[in-house]
Design a protein. Structure first.
Length: 280
């Protein structure tokens, strides 16, 4: 008789859960996920998996039809949908990370549910080691002031875990993480580096347009050609994939110390001669 009672059919309504399952070697258990999960884990597209809406807009009937024994979502999610999922006999795991410590807890929790505790510990240790290695390379360097946003309308600064990663990457996060900002207020703080990582936008943030529309042409970051886009999933997915965002942050903040990685795009050129540049 098998003693493995870990879930066999998992529905992921949050890309971070899919990325965590991939990191611990259990992506094969995912039977349904969101289209955003496919951005983080392209391999999830194979084998005819069902593509659902996200945690907030997901249809309970579609989820139940996938016959899951575990559904993983993140706040905000619909309580009515959760009730229907539980009625159908599936377990429900809700995530609400804010900090890197919360993300490590989520990894450990999902790994424990899957019977992969040791693998989960190793994934966490690998993340921490990479963060520490980047921090070591920025020791003694100047710490530029950086504004990093996760959405443009309304203007919202990036989450607390991004502020933690930025600290490791050798930058100083301007303002309070995860709150709505005023464009004129950001301009008054005159950041030295500007980074946009919009949720769901991939690497398609219109850098020239946001600078022009917000009247940020005189901002120091713009004058110095230090306006960057980092792929959405590298910074907004609270999972092991954040180390890719960490390396992108480090390259944007300290380009002399770190190579330009994939997923980082910047505006370069003097004021009035702004053009986009994609590092190779």
């Amino acid at each position: 008789m098998s003693t493995d009672h870990s879930p066999r059919r998992i529905v992921c309504l949050q890309p971070s859960a899919t990325a965590i399952l991939d990191a611990i070697g259990h992506l094969d258990r995912v039977v349904a996920c969101t289209r955003y999960c496919t951005d983080v884990c392209p391999g999830i597209k194979a084998n005819g998996r069902i593509i659902l809406s996200d945690s907030w807009t997901a249809n309970a009937a579609e989820i139940v039809a996938a016959k899951p024994d575990l559904v993983v979502a993140a706040v905000p999610y619909q309580e009515k949908a959760v009730a229907e999922i539980l009625k159908a006999g599936a377990r429900f795991l809700g995530l609400a990370p804010k900090t890197l410590a919360d993300i490590y807890t989520d990894i450990a929790c999902i790994a424990g549910v899957m019977g992969a505790t040791q693998r989960g510990h190793q994934v966490i240790a690998d993340m921490q080691a990479q963060i520490q290695a980047v921090r070591a390379k920025t020791n003694g360097a100047a710490r530029p002031r950086v504004f990093c946003e996760e959405w443009g309308k309304p203007l919202i600064s990036s989450q607390p875990w991004v502020a933690e990663l930025m600290d490791a990457a050798g930058g100083k996060f301007i303002g309070e993480p995860g709150v709505q900002r005023n464009a004129q207020g950001v301009l008054a703080e005159d950041p030295e580096v500007l980074i946009a990582a919009w949720c769901g936008a991939g690497d398609r943030v219109p850098l020239e347009k946001i600078v022009r529309d917000r009247g940020w042409e005189e901002m120091r970051a713009v004058r110095d050609g230090r306006v960057y886009c980092i792929r959405d999933e590298f910074l907004n997915t609270p999972a092991p994939t954040l180390v890719q965002g960490l390396h992108a942050l480090a390259a944007a903040i300290h380009p002399q110390r770190f190579p330009q990685p994939p997923g980082l795009r910047c505006i370069r050129g003097a004021r009035g001669q702004v053009r986009e540049h994609r590092p190779r």
